[in-house]
Design a protein around this ligand. Structure first.
Ligand code: PXG
Length: 461
């Protein structure tokens, strides 16, 4: 056994962590000073840290632990699969049973003729696959100039060179030479922050029509695909106005642009259907999946592809793949996760029980003096913190309120994230109504404390 265990004192573990572990999206010098929070175990929706605190995880890890923590069935399946066949690849005309079963199950669950899966190890890898796949698709169809992929500012599609380029995060583009060529970004349908005096529905239409404008400007013969999250997640849980998606679908159909729905967060029940595309009423040609596919118990992602795209890509060799495409242990774990989601009616629970209950409580947070709007679909929600409830004007200095509120959440044993001055939740789908009451009560305490602190520090402006 490894010598590093949970039995070392927290401070010692923190020092070792800071000395040798480079964290994602973290200022490591700051981390070395403060020390990382060490999570030692988890069960259901509750995390335990090295100090014995029990924390309600309203983010389901990173939006992924859909069935909740501590399900032995997944551990058992993983152990069994490791003993039987821990690894084999799916290159060179080879396959194995877990990947066959998982691909068949995903094809069954995915809507329409989304019947084919190209596996990857993560959402980032899957979106890299998508970049190569849509460009190769058009080349195979004799239209190699169709290579531009249109995406949106403030989208998140991953952190690799390709997927980070698809994403529209300016802080990411500022480092490491992103984006790669032929990725074009249009504005997001974020009415609260950018809608000005417009009505939400008119604004949604306007932002969707930016896609048409971009296609006409760039040239229909140059655009391969449009990619978007049905509901933006990491950008701040931004629910588009109802007018947005029908118009996007119309434009993709009209100009023969492939539609890629990035379902990495929205997929596998989070919005109350198997896929966010169903909730938003769209018909993508390709879906990106990861996270909830295995409830985060094993790293796995992929692209679900419709019949036509799969046929074109399949006519000849597609020179692409990862060592861990369709990894047998990850595939077996994912399949067991899908069985649990289905047989335990967890998506029905989101749609009929937990979702409506949480929606009522969440939307009521809008009566708090610090909250401007509260949005939620299924198990993904956000609130906008504002200095003055009567207007949508942001704080003079962005991000302080969100940061303070997140700290107060931690102090109340609640994991709720902030994106600027928007607080977001994405709890495990198995959360019960009693647990929702706890979540809301801790969120209210955190909001009260954050409000008091902002008042004290004269930051309510
Ligand atoms: N697409 C979407 C919509 C995502 O949310 C990815 C792709 C990339 O997946 P991988 O598995 O490569 O991470 C994501 C990931 C955050 C946060 O802070 C969000 C993600 C990842 C890390 C942090 O909200 N989303």
């Amino acid at each position: 056994m490894n010598a590093i265990t949970n039995h070392l004192p927290t401070a010692e573990l923190q020092a070792l962590d800071a000395a040798h572990h480079m964290h994602p999206f973290t200022a490591n010098d700051e981390l070395a000073e403060k020390g990382a929070r060490i999570i030692t175990r988890a069960s259901g929706i509750t995390l335990t840290d090295s100090e014995g605190n029990e924390i309600l995880d309203a983010m389901a890890g990173l939006w992924c632990v859909n069935i909740g923590y501590g399900r032995d069935e997944l551990a058992d399946v993983a152990a069994r699969q490791m003993r039987e066949l821990p690894y084999y690849n799916t290159f060179f005309m080879t396959t194995h049973v877990p990947v066959i079963a998982l691909a068949k199950k995903i094809a069954e669950l995915a809507p329409g003729d989304l019947n084919h899966v190209f596996f990857a190890g993560s959402g980032s890898e899957a979106n890299d696959t998508n970049i190569r796949m849509v460009r190769h698709y058009w080349a195979q169809k004799g239209k190699p100039t169709k290579s531009i992929i249109i995406s949106r500012n403030n989208a998140y599609h991953g952190s690799s060179v390709g997927s980070g380029s698809l994403g529209g995060m300016s802080a990411m583009h500022a480092q490491g030479g992103l984006p790669i060529p032929d990725i074009h970004h249009i504005e997001q349908p974020h009415w609260w922050a950018e809608g000005g005096d417009m009505e939400p529905e008119a604004f949604g239409l306007l932002r969707a029509q930016e896609l048409e404008k971009a296609i006409l400007e760039l040239g229909e013969d140059r655009v391969a695909a449009f990619i978007a999250e049905p509901i933006q997640g990491a950008g701040g849980v931004i629910v588009p106005p109802a007018s947005y998606w029908p118009e996007i679908q119309r434009i993709c159909d009209k100009y023969e642009i492939l539609l890629i729905a990035d379902e990495v967060i929205c997929g596998f029940g989070r919005t109350g259907n198997w896929f966010g595309s169903q909730t938003m009423g769209i018909r993508p040609d390709i879906m990106t999946i990861a996270k909830g596919l295995s409830s985060g118990y094993a790293p796995i992602g992929g692209s679900i592809v419709n019949d036509e795209v799969a046929a074109v890509i399949g006519s000849g060799e597609f020179n692409h793949g990862y060592t861990y495409s369709g990894h047998p242990v990850a595939a077996a774990v994912a399949l067991e996760n899908l069985r649990i989601l289905e047989e335990e009616g967890i998506i029905d629970h989101v749609r009929d029980v937990a979702g409506p209950y949480l929606k009522e409580k969440w939307e009521a947070l809008a009566d708090h003096p610090l909250v401007g709007e509260a949005k939620i679909v299924g198990m993904m929600g956000s609130i906008a913190l504002v200095p003055n409830k009567d207007s949508r004007a942001p704080f003079a200095e962005a991000g302080n309120a969100g940061f303070i509120c997140r700290e107060r959440c931690f102090a109340n044993n609640l994991v709720m994230r902030h994106v600027g001055d928007r607080m977001i939740i994405s709890p495990p789908l198995v959360i019960t109504t009693d647990e929702i009451d706890v979540l809301i009560s801790r969120a209210r305490s955190a909001l009260d404390e954050a409000y008091a602190e902002l008042q004290k520090r004269d930051l309510l402006k």
